[in-house]
Structures are given as C-alpha cells and as structure tokens.
Design a protein. Structure first.
Length: 459
C-alpha cells in the first residue's frame, strides 16, 4: 500500500483524492451544495403527501409539463397502470352459471317473499274434486290442509337427529302426500299422526324422496276403488274387442285388473234383539210375515234372518215385527233392543276382462268369491244357490248399484307433497343468496355489453 492510498476509515475521502490540478471534483459532478440542499429538502413524508407526480412538480419548481411528466414517469417505471378489462369469456361463463342458479333457486326465493300466513285449502277431498291439484294453483304455496293419513302404509326415512314420515293422504290417491318430521322421542309414540298439515306445497316429482316413494308404494301393491257410471261400463264392454283393455272416461283398465260388482238383492236382513225376543219368538215373528225367509247364525246381541220382502212393504213389515217384541220397539244405539231391517247388498270381485254383457244381464265367473251367490225362493223358504265348478254369477243391470274399479295406487310425479313445518322464513339464506347471484350476473352482463360496444367502436 502506498502513502497515497487512504487507509479505511482515515477520513481522507472528503471530496477530492489528491491536490493535483487534474483532480476530479465530485461536488461539481453531483451538483455541489445545491444538490445536497434539494435532496435534504425532500423526504419520505413528501412522497406520501404529494405522490410521485407532486414530487416531480416540486423539483421543477411547479412548472409541470404533463406530456414530459408522463414520459419521465413511464421511463422510470412509475407511470399510472391502466387496469386490464375483464375477459368477455369470464363474463360469459359467470352469466351462464348465474343464470342456471337463478333459475333453479327462483322457487325458493319466491317462497321466501310470500306471506307467513298459510293459505287454507280446506279438506283434501274438496281440494281434489275442485281440480286445484291438477291446475297447479297450489304449487310452492304456504298452506294448511286437512286430510286422512294412511298410517297403515306410512313410509319413514331416518336421519341422525330425527325421522321423516311420508304419509299418503287417502283422499288424494297417489297424488297427495305429507312429509312430517318428528324427533326420535315423538316417534316412540307410534303412528299417532294428526289430520292437519301446515307447510310448503311442492311437486312430488321434484322431491328427492320421489324415487324411493315410488318404489315403496309399488311394492305395497295398494289400490283404491273408483266408481264409474254403469253406462260407462256398458259402453266400454260393448266397444272393447277381444284382448283389448276397457276404456272408461279416458282411463284404460287392463283386462286382468279387478273390479268389484256391487248389487242390490231382492232380500233384506232382519236383526231381532235378544233383549226383545228369544229364539222361538223371533222365528215365529218372521214366519208370521208370510214372506220367504231363512234363519242365519245369530250373534251375541241379536238373531239374524233373511227375508224376501218387496221394497214398498218393508216399513210395514218392520213395524209388525217390532210390535211383537218386548220392551222398547227399537234402539239404534243398542242392537240388542227391538228390530232393525237392512237392505241386503252383495259385492263380487271379478277380472275386468271376464265381464260379459248380454240381454241386459252382466255375468262373470264366481271364482274365489266368498259372498253368497244369492237365494232362490222355494216353498216359502229361501234356498241358497249352488255354484258348481266353473259356475258364474248373473246380475240384471237394474240390480247393479255400482261397478268399482280397484285402481292401483301409484305415486304421481305431477302430484304434491306438503313439507310440514317448512315456513317461508326458513328460506332466508336461499333468498339472500339468490339476490347475490342476481347482482353478480348483472355486473358481468354490463361488462360483456361494454366489451361488445368497444369492439363495435373499434371496427
């Protein structure tokens, strides 16, 4: 190291390296004391207060040149950055997803803003007969409905906290159900379901339990009797060809489906109470009427008989029998007292395809029926008809009171289910979320429209 080389920290670096004439003056290059004064005049607080543009203006004595300033700031990397416009692809995707959510969640939003007072739909039977179930007038409404639950065939789903009982409301066939949530404590009380339901009415087909309900009731093999006018049956039997189903008012009845033929017989059932008659006096009283009759097995409260009494003479016959008894003439609340006369009806099951119509008489095989085939009057007595193997029943059309089609019960996807306890306030979260999605979709729609406008202007 030479003597001209300064030692570290000896203070020799003070603005000049030597005293030679050709020495370089650093203060002159850097601007001397003036530069130091300007730098000292600026600190970080100025930058925070004035910003980059303000600092530049101050350095130039307030004479700002916007064009030059922008060029200088751009060269220094300090120019204002311009935000990149949103991609139209992103906006389009958001609109598609948002539109789907708005569509699928609209029912929940609409239910949320409905009244908290339920609409009274009355009785289920009246609701069905009025046609409101098929018109869609009750869909997504907060309602109260009264109906008869089919507790014998109640279906049940289990969750960790509770049970949900799915009840078929009998008046609605397979098109009206109620979903009743119950705690596990309530479930121990058994099938004690009330007949009034308050909640949200929705389509069966849109309920998550629909496939399970369809399978459950399909396995149960339920049916319900449906009465059609006798004229409709006569027309269907006359129009149906061999092997074809019967068509009743637009409903096709398969030939293997069961129907129930209900008939009014010529006979009546007589009940003579044991408090008013003994066995002998009861038989004597019936025989004294002079009509064909037959005794049947008595019960613990009354004696039973069948008699062929013309319809116009039945009231007089009942009065005559009552006068022959002891004590009260009759007491509807107590069958052991007095006399009761009841028209005798008989019902037979038959396959729809086995019904035959000829000369005003409906005939069908007796099959597995256990109902008596009827009686013939022989020598003042009623004698039950005998049905041989392959025998059948013949009933004049004027004695048929009803032909009931045992219609299979299937779960109708166009029917309704009442979500008991689901009031409009419970959809608050879904309603607010729908509004949020609506706002996002609107913003992206505006962004997409602005992009289209810029493209049009550039073209």
């Amino acid at each position: 190291m030479t003597k001209d080389t300064p030692e570290p920290g000896d203070g020799s670096l003070d603005g000049s390296l030597t005293d030679d004439d050709d020495a370089v003056d650093l203060e002159e290059i850097l601007g001397g004391d003036d530069q130091e004064d300007e730098e000292a005049a600026l600190d970080l607080s100025d930058l925070d207060e004035l910003g980059v543009q303000g600092v530049v203006d101050q350095l130039r004595g307030g004479n700002a040149d916007p064009v030059r300033d922008a060029e200088d700031l751009s060269a220094a990397g300090l120019g204002a950055t311009r935000r990149k416009p949103r991609s139209p692809v992103v906006s389009a995707i958001v609109l598609v997803v948002g539109g789907y959510l708005l569509l699928t969640m609209f029912a929940d939003f609409r239910y949320w803003i409905t009244s908290s007072t339920p609409v009274d739909l009355g009785d289920a039977a009246d609701l069905v007969s009025s046609g409101q179930l098929t018109s869609g007038a009750v869909e997504n409404k907060y309602v109260v409905l009264r109906g008869t639950p089919d507790v014998q065939h109640a279906a049940r789903l289990t969750t960790k906290a509770r049970y949900v009982g799915y009840l078929r409301i009998i008046e609605g066939g397979g098109g009206l159900f109620a979903a009743v949530p119950r705690s596990k404590k309530e479930e121990k009380s058994g099938n004690a379901f009330q007949g009034q339901y308050i909640g949200r009415m929705t389509r069966l087909g849109s309920d998550r339990a629909f496939p399970w309900l369809e399978q459950f009731f399909g396995n149960e093999g339920l049916s319900q009797p449906v009465d059609y006018p006798l004229d409709a049956w006569v027309s269907a039997l006359q129009a149906a060809g061999p092997g074809n189903p019967l068509e009743l008012e637009g409903v096709k009845v398969a030939r293997q489906d069961e129907v129930r033929v209900v008939t009014d017989t010529l006979d009546v059932r007589l009940q003579l109470g044991r408090s008013s008659f003994n066995a002998a006096s009861a038989r004597e009283a019936v025989a004294s009427l002079g009509y064909p009759w037959v005794a049947q097995e008595p019960t613990t409260t009354f004696y039973r008989f069948l008699a062929r009494i013309p319809e116009g003479e039945r009231n007089d016959a009942e009065q005559i029998l009552a006068e022959q008894g002891q004590g009260e003439l009759s007491n509807p609340a107590d069958p052991a007292i007095g006399v009761l006369l009841l028209p005798l009806r008989a019902a037979y099951l038959a396959e729809a395809g086995m019904l035959r119509l000829s000369d005003g008489v409906l005939s069908f095989p007796y099959g597995g029926n256990t109902t008596s085939p009827g009686y013939d009057a022989v020598g003042g007595k009623l004698v039950e008809r005998s049905i041989g193997e392959g025998g059948g029943i013949k009933v004049p059309l004027d004695r048929i009171s009803a032909v009931r089609y045992e219609q299979p019960i299937t779960v109708d996807p166009n029917g309704y289910i009442i979500e008991v306890g689901a009031d409009p306030a419970g959809e608050r979260t879904a309603g607010i979320l729908w509004l949020v999605v609506l706002g996002l979709s609107a913003v992206n729609l505006v962004s997409l429209l602005l992009w289209v406008r810029r493209r049009s202007a550039a073209a």
